[in-house]
Design a protein around this ligand. Sequence first.
Ligand code: HEM
Length: 477
Amino acid sequence: MSHHHGMTFLHGIQAMCKHDTTHEGRFGRMFPNLPPCYTHPSTLQALGKKGGPMDGGLGRNPTTTIPMGMVFFGQFIDHDITLDTTSSLDRVNDADATQNFRTPSLDLDCIYGAGPEASNYLYRNGMHLYTAKEGTALSTQSNQHRNHDLTRTADGTAVIGDPRNDENRIVSQIQLAMINFHNHVVDHVISEHGYNANDLKKSSVRKEVYEEARQLVTWHYHWIVINEFLPVMVGQPLVNKTLGQGRKFYTRNRGYIPIEFSAAAYRFGHSLAPQKLKVQKAQTHDFELFGATLGFGFSPITDNKQVVEWEVMFDIDPANPAQRTDKLDTKLPSDLLALPFIQEGENSLATRNLLRGQSFLLPAGENMAAQMGVDQVTIDKVLNHIDTSAPGLDFSNGVPLWYYILAEAECVGKNVGNANQPGEGLGPVGGTIICETLLGLIELDSTSFMSQNRNWQPTLPSTGGPGTFTMADLLTF
Ligand code: HEM
């Protein structure tokens, strides 16, 4: 990164001249040859504003196929692989020079930090991770509440590998569930080896237990991403095709985060997010994701009603299917168009996404679709579906990539074999970017089962029997 430092003042121009493809731990481009699409910022603001065409209002418009928990698991995956604290909304950003603060692999560094030595404050005995139950918790918090929370400093800040995983109540509880899963796997490994308290006094034994547990956790997590998350979001046929015939557009030999993924496609989750939801079986009405009952993000558990019961998020109990997410369409929950925790600057998440994509010089959606080989009938269907009648909209230069991907999901949707399911997952452009990036990140990670042993199958107990493992199994292990 050294030569970039000396030329910081050239960033904007550099980005237009060349795309650097050599640096590890950075963003890059999947489609470096497509020209950027310029949309007047007033169009982006008119599109993304509260009360504008992307405002989904206060109600719910649920899918039939996507369990609610999947959207927050999706957010958790995102935080595992991306963190960009240096780019700016109002100047051009050079994708290749923007440092990605997360390592570009699904290595659960949001759970493990830099490991038991470098991040020792996250660990109890070099093997287990702290939760509020055993670690520090707020003195004002009752025992009952702390038993269901992340460990926190005196001012309520969660002590975790990635602060964003406390951003809303559900993702915070997923972070806790992943920590608990790791802790249970540690106990499982100890009992499999038959280690007693004396054995565990040796730091070499504890280190071995930790490493084995971390690998088991990570491999089962990758299994879920490939065999459950991706099929739900992009459809099984696309996953099979990408695995079977190889990636076509994510083709470097090192893992990286394409800007097309982080600044556009993977922000699809913002449309699936609920304005309101239930977090417990017995709750008779929905609570706002950001509201008085569930809290406004980055806050400790202060009410029994905030403790998530996983049966309402994932299909754990066949007799009681989980809630479904909102439709994947061009609408976002109204609350996300006025984010409570952004005090200064643009507070509509939709407008932020559109400005961010533009500042990273993303191409128009229809140009990317054509380059991918999507048939013209499908491209025209998406373009005709986009409503340009709202005041202030001008897409004469092309449709911003994120908006195109949402429109495509709304009118084409995921492919499930003989049919497509509009509103139930991503269409060809969004699906391909996400499928290739997540599979590429796992395949190019030298520690993953996909690179160490592609025939590996889950070894932890599962309700579906050998060769299966789901979020429901992870949460009930
Ligand atoms: C549910 C509530 C959520 C909230 C309040 C939220 C909020 C945010 C905010 C404020 C940003 C930074 C926007 C910017 O300035 O560019 C962001 C970025 C992002 N979000 Fe979300 N998000 C949520 C859920 C999700 C979900 C469910 C997904 C995906 C499944 C997702 C994917 C992303 C991605 C990929 C980025 C860019 C990350 C980066 O490159 O650093 N988000 N989100």
